[in-house]
Every structure is written in structure tokens, then in C-alpha cells.
Design a binder for this molecule. Structure first.
Ligand SMILES: *Cc1c(COP(=O)(O)O)cnc(C)c1O
Length: 413
């Protein structure tokens, strides 16, 4: 594998072909190309239009509830300092994306794409979803703007995530169970791409993470970057300086890219992404594409993927359905190869410990996804000096996970 030359900036990508080094791009059927080019042009126009920005600002404030707080997790900080050597134990902050309308960071991106769809005059929105959080966010914004909404969801996930399926239907969306392949997220995305090609004229495809063909990875990152932009400003106000480290969990990588991107050129800031290690990377039952995968092409871009020896896409496993994706956004693959971001992984059992601790010490029940990030905060914070400022992205709230966690702990609801 050839490494790219070190860039002057980590924030300039992708290039005009949508590449981050050798990653990204747009590997799509000929028939999809006009749609992708249309979207790219519409997004470039929107970005340059002050009225689009003003619309985004207004709905962020009044509908999503931004800015989200940057919160000092005092009891967690003290708890970890008590176990650390004298003078050690980072000061821990949570970026509270779980307080957004619909309960996660997903809505930041969906708002951007739905406002774009309206500009483009597309009355029908399609989306893929795994755990259902992106589907719920999309159904919510479609209800708000009176757009038709069709959500593709693997049949296995439809069964596992019944409350979110009901939520989407309440919001007026049609949920289509996907019966192909492993009947999970990657199959839902295949089906959505198929729908898009056949309904060219009236349909906008709202992708839920920093994956898919160019311009999606960059566009979704831009819409999520509000997380990092706010964090920078809030930290300057609260501490008078930048944080020393950032930590976020990674499914496709959108909440992480959103936090990381505004800090990529602040080279003194350490950055950690946390993948889902499931039963352990050695077990083969995991979703850690960077730690346990290799480069290939899926869903229109080149990136790290979980594959078997024949190059077939392997099943991902995680306790958290929201991290259960066999790939990772191409920009993360590039940041990994450039060494700018350190990628770690957290097992299911480490995650459950962090889930309990956060609930008991901070009065915040986190989603299982950010509990992965938190489990690495528990390891990293005690190794840092007390003046070290660490920010973790609390990407979503845990309400959706209560039935599953109760079952694991042997409780009936
Ligand atoms: C979907 C989801 C994730 C994983 O998606 P990314 O694109 O990696 O951010 C993480 N946390 C929550 C709460 C989610 O709903």
C-alpha cells in the first residue's frame, strides 16, 4: 500500500474526483452518474448561497435545539482521578448530541440533506437505516416538510428494532423490509441505491453517514461539522484554549468526522476514533473495519472493509446495531493511513461497563454507540495529566437500547 505524501492541511479533501488519497471516489453504475453530478452541483450552489445557510441556522436553533451543551463530566472525572497516579486523570467533557431532537447527531445531517432536496424540487425521499436512528431522523424531517418518505431496513433489523419501526410509521414513513443478503444495513443500502436509479426524476437519496459515492462523504461531514465548530468555540469560552484530545465512536464515522474535522489542522490535539470490537477483533465477530479489515470497494467508494478470503463482504457484529456496518467512511481510512487519527476498538463487554458507569455517575443513560467511545475514555483519561482536556462525543441517548440492555442483564421489562 502506497502512502500519500503528507499534506499541508488535513482539511482540504476530497479532490475533484472525490478522493481522499486512494480512498473514496464514485464507483457507481453509469445510470447513477447523472444523479450524482446533479447532486454535486446542487450542493455546491447551496453552499455558496447565504439563504441556505440562514435556513440551516434557523432550523438548527428552533427545531433541533442547537447549540448542544459542552458539559463537564465532573463525577466521572473525579472517579477516574481517584484511580489514577497522583496528578493524573484528564478533565472530561461530553459534547451532548443526545439532547438533539430525535435523540442523536443523525438529525444534523438529515436537516441539511432535506433542505437540499427541497431546493432541488424532489418530493420523494429515500433512506437506509440499521438501528433505525437515521430512519427516524429522516421520517421526522419529511413529516416537518410534507415530503414522501421511504425507509429501507434489513428484515433482521426490522425485527430487532421494533420501537423505531413504529416511530417511523407514526411519522408517516413507509418502512420497506429488505430480504436480500444478510438482511441488515448493507443490504438496505444496496436496495436504496437500486430505488434511486429507478426513480430518477422525483427522488432524493438521504444517506445516513459519511459513506457512499462522492459527494456524500464530504457533504455529510460538512453537515455534521457543526459539532466540532461548536465544541471549539465552547471550549475556548470555558477553558480559554483548545482541548487536548477528542474521542468518538465510529459506525460509518459521521459523528466522529463532525467532531474531528474542524480540529484536524490543530496538530497538538490528539484524536481517537473507536470502532466496535464486538466479541473481540480476534474472534472474527466484530465491526472494526480499520483494525480488522482491508481496502476494497462497497457502496460506491473505496475504503477499509470487512471481507473474507475471497473478498466477499463479511458480516459485521456489534452489540450496538448503529455500529454494525462492514465499512467505514473513506476519509477515516485516509486519516488512518496518514496517522492523523488513532483508531482503537472497544468490545461489547467493555461497552456495557461504560454504559453502567455513565448512567450511575452522571445521570445520563448513553446510547450503546457512544458507550464504546466512553470505554476508551476510561482507559485514556487516567494516563493523561490532570490539566489535560478531553472531549467525548455523546452521540445519542440510550432510551432505544433499554430493552436490549435489560435483556442482557437478565431483567424483564
Ligand atoms: C448511527 C449512530 C452512530 C454511528 O454512526 P456514525 O456515522 O459513525 O456516527 C453513533 N451513535 C449514534 C447515537 C447513532 O445513532
Amino acid at each position: 500500500m502506497t502512502l500519500n505524501p503528507a499534506p499541508n492541511s488535513f482539511r482540504t479533501g476530497p479532490d475533484e474526483r472525490g478522493r481522499f488519497g486512494i480512498f473514496g471516489g464514485r464507483f457507481v453504475a453509469e445510470t447513477l452518474m447523472p444523479l450524482i453530478l446533479d447532486l454535486e452541483k446542487a450542493y455546491a450552489d447551496a453552499k455558496a448561497d447565504p439563504s441556505f445557510k440562514a435556513d440551516m441556522e434557523a432550523y438548527r436553533t428552533h427545531y433541533i435545539g442547537r447549540p448542544s451543551p459542552l458539559y463537564y463530566a465532573e463525577r466521572l472525572t473525579e472517579h477516574l482521578r481517584a484511580q489514577a497516579p497522583a496528578g493524573q486523570g484528564a478533565k472530561i467533557y461530553f459534547k451532548r448530541e443526545e439532547l438533539n431532537h430525535t435523540g442523536s447527531h443523525k438529525v444534523n445531517n438529515v436537516l441539511g440533506q432535506i433542505l437540499l432536496a427541497r431546493r432541488m424540487g424532489k418530493p420523494r425521499i429515500i433512506a437506509e437505516t440499521g438501528a433505525g436512528q437515521h430512519g427516524v431522523a429522516t421520517a421526522t424531517l419529511c413529516a416537518r416538510f410534507g415530503l414522501k418518505c421511504v425507509v429501507y431496513m434489513g428484515a433482521v433489523d426490522v425485527e430487532r428494532q421494533a420501537p423505531n419501526v413504529f416511530r417511523m410509521k407514526m411519522l408517516g414513513a413507509e418502512v420497506v423490509p429488505v430480504q436480500s443478503g444478510t438482511r441488515t444495513l448493507k443490504d438496505a443500502m444496496n436496495e436504496a441505491l437500486r430505488d434511486w436509479v429507478t426513480n430518477v426524476a422525483d427522488t432524493f437519496y438521504c444517506i445516513g453517514t459519511v459513506a457512499g459515492p462522492h459527494p456524500y462523504p464530504a457533504m455529510v461531514r460538512d453537515f455534521q461539522s457543526v459539532i466540532g465548530i461548536e465544541t471549539k468555540q465552547q471550549m475556548l469560552e470555558m477553558e480559554g484554549r483548545l482541548p487536548d484530545s477528542l474521542v468518538a465512536c465510529i459506525g460509518g464515522g459521521s459523528n466522529a468526522m463532525g467532531l474531528f474535522h474542524p480540529f484536524l489542522d490543530d496538530r497538538e490535539v490528539e484524536i481517537y476514533g473507536v470502532e466496535a470490537a464486538g466479541h473481540g477483533v480476534q474472534s472474527g465477530l466484530h465491526a472494526a473495519s480499520l483494525t480488522g479489515g482491508r481496502p476494497g470497494v462497497l457502496h460506491g467508494n473505496r475504503t477499509y472493509l470487512l471481507m473474507n478470503e475471497d473478498g466477499q463482504i463479511a458480516d459485521a457484529h456489534s452489540i450496538s446495531a448503529g455500529l454494525d456496518y462492514p465499512g467505514i467512511g473513506p476519509e477515516h481510512a485516509w486519516l488512518h493511513e496518514m496517522g492523523r487519527v488513532t483508531y482503537l476498538s472497544a468490545t461489547d463487554s467493555e461497552t456495557l461497563e461504560a454504559f453502567k458507569l455513565c448512567s450511575m455517575l452522571e445521570g445520563i443513560i448513553p446510547a450503546l454507540e457512544p458507550a464504546h467511545a466512553l470505554s476508551k475514555v476510561l482507559e485514556l483519561a487516567p494516563t493523561k495529566p490532570a490539566e489535560h482536556l478531553m472531549v467525548m462525543n455523546l452521540s445519542g441517548r440510550g432510551d432505544k437500547d433499554i430493552p436490549q440492555v435489560a435483556q442482557i442483564f437478565g431483567q424483564t421489562l
